[in-house]
Design a protein around this ligand. Sequence first.
Ligand code: ATP
Length: 213
Amino acid sequence: MIGIFGGTFDPVHFGHLRTALEVCEALELDEMRWVPCRQPPHRRQPVASPDDRLQMLELALQGAPDCFVLDRREMEREGPSYMVDTLASMREQWPKASLCLVLGQDAFLGLDLWHRWRELLDLSHIVVMRRPGAFPLDSNPAVAEWAGLRMTAQGARLRGEPFGLVHAVEVTQLPISATAIRAILAGRRRADYLLPSQVMAYIRAKGLYSTAV
Ligand code: ATP
């Protein structure tokens, strides 16, 4: 069973790393594929360049558990990075595998703004990580109605089917966000201990996030 963890990772932080590990363990994933997004279609553009974000993710994943795999396919694709295209290419690569798109609760609640979002469950399962301070899972009626019948409380069911189910996983609540980290750095304060030290060293060396939030 393959997990797919997409994001802008601008920059990657312990909120991403810890929760990805917990989902990996909870669902006994064979792989958690980290998919940095080159050009997010449905949110403001990242502050750091695609190359810097990719390099920070590479640094963060050095020495990571074996199940963490960096997947560069969105970085290598021109145009907006639509998740539906990413899942379609993975489905082609692994026709029978159980695929699990892993989303934070905030991302799940905004799903109806995604390109061809209703097709996502025809390609993979969706695993929602409960996130601190986020609205309840049913607070977006369009998404709640669409996900409703496919919700399952049994994580083990995901392994038996290749796509089509929605499952929520409780993870340690780490209220860290990339936005807050960028604000700290732009305010000339230290963001240490919110993200891996090797990523922090890269940010310092390249002078990233010194002004823009
Ligand atoms: P930003 O603050 O720039 O929006 P972010 O910290 O939310 O960034 P993203 O790269 O946009 O990070 O997130 C990638 C995925 O990780 C999303 O599904 C998001 O919901 C999830 N995520 C981010 N931070 C956390 C956290 N602290 N706990 C659980 N999930 C998280």
